[in-house]
Design a protein around this ligand. Structure first.
Ligand code: KG4
Ligand code: ZN
Length: 356
């Protein structure tokens, strides 16, 4: 391990889902360069991420993304001290592309290989984003809420790499519900930003969509009932495919009301369960990561809850909420602890319902 006055520089790679991303970060959590190549346009017509298309696009993007990241950081591969990659959880084919790239570089450069847990990295984005404002220098211990297209989970985070699972969704992730409801409303993919936009000017109380499990004590989420309630509201009950249904039958203001009412129900569940997690753990800091944390209504209601109840709230800025490689700066923690991986490191695609 390097010591002395030179900053440690780690190349971090992120290919867990449909963003191909790389960054060069230092041990002071400075970002020397960062690139995110999004695949939204490729998945748009399917209304969701198609795994095979995602992994193929990662293959095409990964080397140009690494090259561009190094160029922006104004360094060469030889300047790196380690190579890190998110190898869990995510889409198997997507994860493999990042992992093979990282292993190849680590082998060729004879530098340590570091594994990144994507969920821990989403929370670590808050530490990177707020590093200059943290009174005691840290966000830990905290409750971590990860809310994205694939995950909606609460963790007790005693340290950057010391997470205990508190509870999560028993069916769909919140982002999945945003994406599918957007699709029902004829809005583009990804659905979250589209619903947010459509909801502007809509009445969030127009329709009383369900807030499943909100009033139960257990820390769990459920969004499939909410999704179905929107579908029944729009198209009636039955087995018809919503793709074939005439959502253009609805006026812009009706769509705005449905989008706002759906968004309000989803946000109420996320805020309510996070508050319960703080109460149950006795912790007073909440950190939020994942694409849905980019939602403006979510941020507004979470900030109001933090003020009312007096907890510290950290939500990463928009670019660090959705998938990116800057949050891979968590690799610095593993570098310091000497936690390096052998070159037979594998991917672990599975959704973690246990400790991260
Ligand atoms: O963290 P992320 O980029 O990828 C995953 O790990 O899943 O999250 C993507 C998800 C998508 O479901 C997308 O619709 C949602 O985050 N999202 C939003 C917003 N921006 C992105 N959901 C609600 N409001 C937004 N503004
Ligand atoms: Zn993510």
């Amino acid at each position: 391990m390097k010591s002395g006055n030179h900053p440690i520089k780690i190349l971090t790679l992120e290919t867990t889902c449909d963003e191909t991303a790389a960054a060069v970060v230092t041990d002071s959590l400075d970002v020397l360069g960062s690139v995110v190549a999004t695949q939204d346009a490729l998945h748009q017509k399917f209304g969701g991420v198609v795994p095979e298309i995602a992994s193929r696009a990662h293959l095409e993007n990964i080397l140009p993304v690494i090259d561009e990241t190094l160029r922006r950081a104004n360094i060469t591969l030889a300047d790196l001290d380690a190579v890190a990659v998110a190898n869990m959880p995510g889409l198997a084919g997507s994860l493999l592309v990042g992992l093979i790239a990282a292993k190849t570089l680590a082998l060729a450069l004879q530098k340590p290989l570091i594994a990144i847990n994507h969920l821990q990295a989403h929370i670590y984005a808050c530490k990177v984003a707020f590093k200059d404002e943290l009174a005691d220098g840290d966000i830990f211990p905290c409750v971590g809420l990860i809310v994205s297209g694939g995950h909606t989970s609460l963790y007790r985070c005693d340290g950057a790499i010391d997470f205990t699972f508190l509870g999560g969704t028993i069916d769909d992730a919140a982002g999945e519900a945003f994406d599918k409801v957007a699709s029902m409303l004829g809005l583009p993919f990804p659905g979250g930003p589209a619903i947010q936009k459509a909801a502007t000017g809509g009445n969030p109380k127009a329709f009383a969509f369900p807030r499943s499990l909100l009033h139960e004590e257990r820390l769990a989420f459920s969004f499939s009932g909410l999704k179905t309630a929107v579908r029944y509201h729009l198209f009636g009950q039955g087995k018809v495919s919503f793709a074939a249904l005439p959502c253009e039958a609805y006026s812009e203001s009706e769509i705005a009301d449905v989008a706002a009412s759906f968004q309000e129900a989803a946000v109420d569940c996320l805020v309510g369960k996070s508050v319960q997690a703080l109460q149950q753990t006795g912790l007073s800091t909440l950190c939020v990561g994942g694409g849905v944390a980019a939602n403006s209504r979510f941020r507004q209601k979470m900030e109001a809850a933090a003020q009312d109840r007096g907890f510290r709230l950290y939500i990463a800025p928009l670019a660090l909420c959705t998938d990116n490689a800057v949050m891979g700066a968590i690799a610095i923690e593993r570098y310091r602890a000497g936690l390096f991986e052998p070159l037979d490191l594998d991917v672990s695609p599975g959704l973690l319902r246990t400790n991260a």
